[in-house]
Ligand binder design. Structure first.
Ligand SMILES: Cc1cc2nc3c(=O)[nH]c(=O)nc-3n(C[C@H](O)[C@H](O)[C@H](O)COP(=O)(O)OP(=O)(O)OC[C@H]3O[C@@H](n4cnc5c(N)ncnc54)[C@H](O)[C@@H]3O)c2cc1C
Length: 382
């Protein structure tokens, strides 16, 4: 009997490749008409620019295995993410660094002076922060919090930062130097031909039948085992209720030349309804000058409804309690394993997704060789 893998994103594609290379037969399903899941890229018909269809995806990692793996299936070009932000009518550099601090306060502080300056603004009366807002105020004080976090966080999560857990902001969101590289990982890049080409290359292996445009629910076949990378609550027909997600709406527009001069511009003020504008030709600096026109996306965040693409798991107390009940049900269901961001209801960067899928496939191949039961989860999702 062959294996079934539901979902042709990184999680499903990596498992399919590993099983196929070991000589197993696999049916890989995705209800979408394309592979690559939420990392799907394709060229914009009007401008020719490579567009990240479900929001921009920047590959960054400290995990050598994940970096080696992605480089095996495509050329990764150098790309450094340098985010800009509009706040209160001015442009700043993010994450907050020495340039941001000096521009915002009109100062010329050096690192140690800036450290003392920010420490003096931090709210020392908050000794045990209970919310995101209290955490931010205790770390950076009211001015930077209001300018860069309050409105943006409210727009992104749809609730006041006073209602979000303090744990969201566990590190000081400030750098006391001029490093504006958004990510601090040693390896960072963009696939020359987009992520979809990478997944297509992963799937070029004997033994994989890829069926696009078909949902698991419509398949009538018995399998040796199912690896499910769709939403865990959906597998159980939402019988215990729906896990909450934030979704995104993308408002596309085309302009001549260069619209904003950079890939990502955050809009921090609450009065601006979108969270950011992304200009996708700047995600491919090696080819951006080829295009005379440009395509941009205004990004709006809201609570996901039943028919929306689930993006960010909310994971508040209520959702976690519901997740626990789905985990119990999954563990009592033989023949299926849950993987990936939707199967485990966690936000996962691509490198973590790759590394977890590689570890899961190592384990499955060991079990296939030596016997044993394939686990329901390869990482604890709770
Ligand atoms: C807005 C946004 C921006 C991001 N930016 C970055 C970034 O910059 N850098 C980074 O490293 N990571 C980023 N990520 C994370 C990245 O998207 C994930 O790591 C990756 O998509 C996870 O892959 P996956 O295979 O687990 O899931 P997915 O890519 O979601 O794939 C799951 C697939 O399963 C299919 N499916 C689901 N249910 C069924 C069913 N019942 N039947 C058939 N098919 C089904 C879906 O159609 C989908 O194609 C971002 C995520 C979001 C939401």
């Amino acid at each position: 009997m062959r294996y079934c893998i539901v979902g042709a994103g990184f999680s499903g594609a990596i498992m399919a490749r590993a099983l196929a290379e070991a000589g197993h037969k696999v049916l890989l399903l995705d209800e979408r008409p394309h592979v690559a899941g939420n990392c799907h890229t394709s060229r914009d018909g009007e401008t020719g620019v490579m567009v990240h269809r479900f929001g921009p995806h920047i590959f960054h990692t400290a995990d050598e295995r994940a970096w080696t793996y992605i480089n095996r299936f495509g050329v990764m070009k150098p790309y450094v993410n340098r985010v800009k932000a509009q706040s209160q009518g001015r442009i700043y550099s993010l994450p907050i660094n020495l340039m941001t601090i000096n521009q915002f306060f009109g100062t010329t502080l050096r690192p140690d002076e800036a450290r003392q300056f920010i420490a003096a603004r931090a709210d020392q009366s908050i000794t045990a922060p209970q919310s995101f807002e209290e955490q931010a105020l205790s770390m950076i004080g009211p001015e930077l919090y209001r300018a860069f976090f309050h409105g943006y966080t409210k727009k992104q999560w749809g609730v006041s930062p006073t209602e979000l857990p303090a744990s969201i902001l566990n590190r000081l969101p400030v750098r006391f130097n001029y490093d504006d590289n958004y990510f601090s990982h040693p390896w960072q890049g963009m696939p020359q031909d987009g992520y979809t080409a990478i997944i297509e290359n992963i799937l070029k292996a004997e033994g994989i039948e890829l069926r696009l445009g078909q949902s698991f629910e419509t398949v009538d076949e018995r399998f040796a085992h199912v690896f499910y990378t769709g939403p865990i609550d959906r597998y159980f027909s939402y019988s215990l209720g729906r896990l909450g997600y934030r979704t995104l709406d993308f408002e596309a527009f085309v302009a001549d030349g260069d619209y904003q001069g950079t890939a990502v511009m955050n809009y921090c003020d609450e009065t601006v309804p979108y969270t950011r504008i992304t200009e996708h030709k700047h995600f491919a600096p090696w080819e951006q000058d080829r295009f005379t026109r440009t395509v941009c996306f205004r990004e709006y965040s809201r609570q996901a409804g039943a028919d929306d693409v689930p993006y960010y798991p909310i994971r508040q107390v209520g959702e976690k309690a519901l997740l626990t009940r789905y985990i119990e049900r999954a563990r009592a269901t033989p023949g299926v394993s849950f993987m990936g961001r939707l199967g485990t209801y966690r936000y996962l960067d691509m490198d973590v997704t790759i590394s977890e899928a590689l570890a899961a496939s190592d384990r499955v191949l060991d079990i296939a060789r030596q016997g044993g039961v394939i686990p329901t989860f390869f990482v604890d999702p709770s």
